[in-house]
Design a protein. Sequence first.
Length: 339
Amino acid sequence: MIQVGVNGYGTIGKRVADAVAAQPDMELVGVAKTRPNFEAETAVRKAYPLYAAVPERVDRFAEEGLELAGEVDELVAAADVIVDCTPSGIGAENASLYEDHDTPTIFQGGEDADVAEVSFNARANYADAVGADSARVVSCNTTGLSRILAPLEEEWGVEKARVTLVRRGGDPGQTDRGPIDDILPDPVTIPSHHGPDVNTIFPDLDIDTLGMKVPATLMHTHSVNVTLESEADAEDVLDRFADETRLFLIPPGADIDGSGKLKEFAHDTGRPRGDLWENCIWAESVTVEGRDLYLFQAIHQESDVVPENVDAIRALSGDADAAESRRTTEDAMGVGIDY
């Protein structure tokens, strides 16, 4: 059993912890929190050993009636792999702690690429992370783009990708991001950071990305145009995507016309927290003109990287090949929507 610690039990960390706890070959040895808020209480309620991420704040947990298993350095020492799910920039600050304990580490996409030996996507470059000391699971948007670019590259080749990303203004719990009433180029310069981030997975890919930020919280939406190296038709692309377990093709008859209904659908199917671990591609949008493929997809920013983190744990541990790991992860979590 791979002993896994999660440092940071917020939006991503609590989802990673649940996913790890569900795996047949992993044991969650604990989670670390900076403060005794409702998420810390949730960890205790789930019987996840709780560690103080900031030693100076240990007394605060006792004052709130939350029992600690120890401090974060003890969690790192006990883990075979540590998953850092702290806010952007904090992971890099924590790197020396993990190095001191010689604990292989997974960072999140909010960190700069040089924080880890390899940027990681389970579908595209799993093998690059096998046996590494550290990996960075790329951001939710880069994860979503990598999942469609990998099969397209394998089947037809990709000459160039152009993507406009319409990004949510904040997660539902990020009340400090609003109220807002605006639409912003984000950034106003081109490319947005997403294209260079995709290049950490596909170094030779020609990709341009533009970003916009809108006053929404539910999901991101991508407008994708990929020029293929060889001709295909829309049905061929749909058939190829249908074979990918982390892609969900939204049927025209589903009457799902946006992220609001997608989230409602996720709740109706019984998904924990209404999570959508898969890219959600409107099947009706998949169009091919010559060698140009067009589509719209939605990305749930709170959850699509969760299965990637689980796969990265196995890659760093050297315990499974890519297909085996993805299959195990998906079976344990319930990834894959059968409409």
